[in-house]
Ligand binder design. Structure first.
Ligand SMILES: *Cc1c(COP(=O)(O)O)cnc(C)c1O
Length: 845
């Protein structure tokens, strides 16, 4: 019989082992090695069988084993010691507690959170980044509260058939068997948040709380009795539906999420967030709910908008247009039309914030920028690409002035560093944090490091065989003998795992199959490949790519050297990255916004072999791996693939493999090991999520809190003033004109140190000189007359004659070379964060 429902019985723990419950329910165990080790010792079989999930594991352990442990004094002492350690971790002051003016609380919204495979609420990089964000926030003592949805089936589980075809399954999760507790009211009933939907329907959701160390994560669950049956499945799957289903998910995430934070604050006495961070556009509706709340306090929409913008941070994650959520504008209008969804917020205002030039389309990225005063991409290159991609939203401004910065992603080192390497750092180098270890230290011999790297590789080989055996047994009823020879713990191992959208080019390596075969079966310098990845269930083309790879890997001539592992997830990733000598990434530049798998590999001493895209574009230094040259973006796709695939083969054949197999008398690849040390030492601190969080706090959260406090002070005095001023400036700016510009001191060639006098005559119409900034913008001349590396210089108001105001400055010439300059007038107000904020500019000439 097939079960129609599952439920989980939690084991009853003997009194002396009670603290195991706290250790199992706070997800800090997912990155705290001593706690994981403790769970493993409870029962190594149950730990493995439960997929390293302590709650499931405790449910599998017999009462007699628990009684035995309860009588083991040393074990009980460890349990209590670790529980005390957790208590301390949760309460002691950390980095954040030393800051001033930092926000009292931050709400972090994301459609997915990847914390551990025991809480499968993620599909890939975006979610895992969000999970790492919360973990690092916890380690640094940052008062973040995460907000997301509880998907009843999470993302799908992937199985690969004998024919190489991806098959999806959606096991239904039982929240009672997960490390979650439901938020309850005084009477003990679950607290519900509610949203009014068209047709007089109401969507309810209960609030699950996961504890990620010090950080609470609230997940909204629509599978409640109070919902009509068709609404119970609103949060059924991650990225499962389109159109209305997805819109309602996002309304719930944004609007319901703010309501959940309010309920949570009320129940726990915590602060309501001062700063709201939308991780990608899906949660963008959160700003509308915040506006609604301010309107209820007596502010006008435009005033409330100014407050909300001040306190909101928006991170964009994709330069792939198809990756941006778009909805039918009529559908969005239908949800806001009655005014009941967010009282005080009108449909017209909503549509104005998110409409594309084609007004039938509502764009969540536009909404994100409209509702956030601060926005960023996720690597330096991606910041630049985003400024170009979205530049049209700020017409008249140069790329450098488009208000999108960048914070390069990072990864949570304690989660992603192999226990082997952590142990080595602790034993030999005396530090627990591998990103702070002195990997160049003489104390650590090359032989020791290399032998640990071999252990990591051997563990991956073991794991690949175990998984492949299980897959064959499921598909064919039996596992063939060659699986015992699958992969070799001494062969150069290249890993490649990612979701399978086209731009990531899963099958680029198959471009010249003969050439790949020759690399895999090279008599002296063989290479082996470990590959994994899920295709979106609706993406048939992606599934075909997987099938091509699987079919190739089934050829008896190569099958011991190349394997596709099914069901890529966090638990696989944790063995995969450390076990690979080289991590391969070959996206179409610049479509990989950052990419984090290569970072996780690098933290384990794996060298990257990658197109110069995302994070690698800023961190490749010639010693930490190899850059695959990108072909010109303008050549056709087939030519580009051919050029880049050939470059990849050349690199592997002539550089990577020879260096890996270049051994001294002791069998050590000294040059390779030098690169490992350099990678660990140079990249460790840079790629860590702690660095990323500190940057978010300094560059975005703290300035946002300061801005919001200033604008909200004295009963929102500044917000009211700014809204009125903005309306006045918008109305009057059309009459602003630069009449002419005079420059003295360029009749002869100026030299560095000279001074150039600039005067601009500007008509301001109804605006006053204080309403604007008049700037000379100078920069290097580009090919077609555009300016680069621009620098603005402020001109001072010197007076007015007739209708013209005179603005002037004496500019020192600081650099040699050919320069151009322009003059512009932009609105100026102390509560604007950037020159382009209102999108208004008047240019000379
Ligand atoms: C890190 C990670 C990803 C994202 O990797 P990218 O390099 O950004 O594609 C996806 N899935 C899992 C399981 C991961 O651990």
């Amino acid at each position: 019989m097939k079960a129609i429902r599952t439920f989980t019985v939690r084991s009853s723990l003997p009194e002396s082992l009670r603290p195991l419950e706290a250790l199992a329910t706070n997800l800090r165990w997912s990155w705290h090695e001593p706690t994981r080790e403790l769970f493993r010792e409870v029962s190594p079989d149950a730990w493995l069988g439960a997929g390293h999930d302590p709650i499931q594991m405790l449910g599998r352990v017999g009462q007699d084993r628990l009684a035995e442990l309860a009588a083991d004094e040393a074990f009980v002492a460890r349990v209590h010691g670790l529980a005390q350690g957790l208590e301390d971790y949760l309460s002691e002051a950390r980095w954040y507690q030393s800051l001033e003016a930092a926000p009292r609380s931050i709400g972090y919204f994301s459609p997915e959170f990847g914390i551990t495979s025991a809480l499968p609420q993620y599909s890939g990089g975006l979610g895992i980044l969000a999970g790492d964000h919360l973990k690092a926030a916890s380690d640094l003592g940052i008062p973040i509260v995460g907000v997301g949805l509880f998907y009843q089936s999470g993302y799908f589980r992937q199985a690969i058939s004998s024919e190489g075809w991806q098959q999806e399954s959606y096991p239904v999760l039982d929240p009672d068997g997960l490390p979650l507790t439901v938020l309850r009211d005084d009477a003990g009933a679950p607290v519900l948040v509610s949203l009014a939907l068209p047709g007089h329907r109401t969507l309810h959701a209960r609030i699950w709380e996961a504890r990620v160390g010090r950080v609470p994560l609230l997940l909204l669950d629509t599978n409640v009795r109070e919902n009509a049956p068709e609404l119970r499945g609103v949060a059924d799957r991650l990225y499962g539906g389109g159109g209305e289903h997805r819109l309602v998910q996002e309304l719930l995430l944004g609007i319901g999420g703010v309501r959940a934070l309010a309920a949570y604050a009320e129940r726990t006495g915590r602060e309501l967030p001062e700063v709201f961070h939308s991780n990608e556009g899906h949660a963008g509706f959160l700003g509308l709910e915040r506006i609604g709340r301010l309107v209820a306090q007596g502010l006008a929409f435009d005033e409330a908008l100014r407050v909300v913008r001040a306190g909101t941070v928006f991170t964009t994650h994709t330069p792939v247009p198809a990756g941006i959520d778009r909805f039918d504008a009529a559908l969005v209008r239908a949800h806001f039309a009655s005014g009941e969804l967010v009282p005080g917020v009108h449909a017209d205002d909503v549509l104005a914030l998110g409409a594309e030039d084609d007004a039938a389309v509502f764009n969540m990225a536009r909404l994100g920028f409209a509702l956030a005063q601060r926005a960023n991409g996720v690597s330096r290159l991606h910041g630049r690409v985003s400024r170009e991609m979205f530049g049209a939203l700020w017409p008249g401004f140069d790329g450098e002035d488009v208000p999108i910065g960048s914070v390069t992603n990072g990864v949570h080192a304690a989660t992603w560093t192999s226990p082997h390497l952590k142990r080595l750092a602790a034993d030999v180098l005396g530090v627990g944090d591998t990103t702070k270890a002195d990997w160049g230290s003489e104390a650590l011999g090359d032989d020791r490091l290399w032998s640990v790297r071999r252990d990591m590789r051997a563990q991956l080989v073991e794991e690949a065989r175990r998984r492949t055996r299980a897959q064959h047994e499921r598909n064919q009823g039996t596992a063939p003998g060659w699986i015992d020879r699958l992969l070799d713990p001494d062969v150069l191992t290249i890993g490649f795992a990612r979701r399978v959208p086209t731009y990531k080019r899963l099958t680029l390596m198959l471009h010249d199959r003969e050439r790949l075969r020759a690399l895999l079966t090279h008599p002296e310098r063989p290479v082996q490949l470990v590959i994994a990845g899920k295709s979106h269930p609706a993406d048939e083309q992606g599934k075909q790519l997987i099938q091509e790879l699987v079919r190739f890997s089934q050829d008896p001539a190569v099958r011991e050297r190349i394997v596709f592992l099914e069901d890529y997830d966090i638990s696989m990733a944790k063995t995969l990255y450390p076990g690979c000598d080289v991590w391969l990434n070959n996206p179409l530049r610049p479509l990989e916004a950052c990419g984090t798998s290569g970072m996780k590999a690098a933290l384990n001493g794996s060298l990257n072999l990658s197109i110069l895209d995302g994070w690698w574009d800023e961190h490749h230094d010639g010693q930490n791996g190899w850059a695959i040259p990108s072909a010109n973006e303008r050549v056709d796709a087939a030519t580009r693939d051919a050029l880049e695939a050939t470059a990849l083969y050349e690199l592997v054949e002539h550089q990577v493999a020879p260096r890996f197999y270049d051994r001294d008398e002791g069998g050590l690849p000294r040059t390779w090991i030098r690169s490992i040390r350099h990678t660990l030492e140079a990249l460790g601190p840079e790629l860590s999520a702690e660095r990323m969080l500190q940057q978010y706090v300094r560059d975005l959260y703290a300035p946002a809190a300061v801005a919001e406090r200033a604008i909200a002070a004295d009963d929102f005095a500044a917000a009211r003033e700014l809204a009125a001023w903005t309306a006045r400036v918008r109305a009057g700016f059309g009459d602003v004109r630069v009449l002419h510009v005079e420059i003295d001191g360029v009749d002869r060639t100026p030299v560095v140190g000279d001074v150039i006098d600039v005067r601009a005559f500007v008509e301001l119409g109804s605006l006053a000189p204080e309403d604007v900034r008049v700037e000379v913008v100078s920069g290097r001349m580009g090919e077609s007359g555009e300016l680069h590396d621009t620098e603005p210089h402020l001109l001072r108001h010197e007076g007015a004659a007739a209708s013209a105001h005179r603005f002037a400055a004496a500019l020192p010439v600081g650099r040699a070379g050919t320069f151009g300059y322009g003059v512009r007038v932009v609105p100026s107000h102390p509560h604007l964060a950037t020159v382009a904020e209102l999108g208004l500019v008047a240019l000379a000439g």
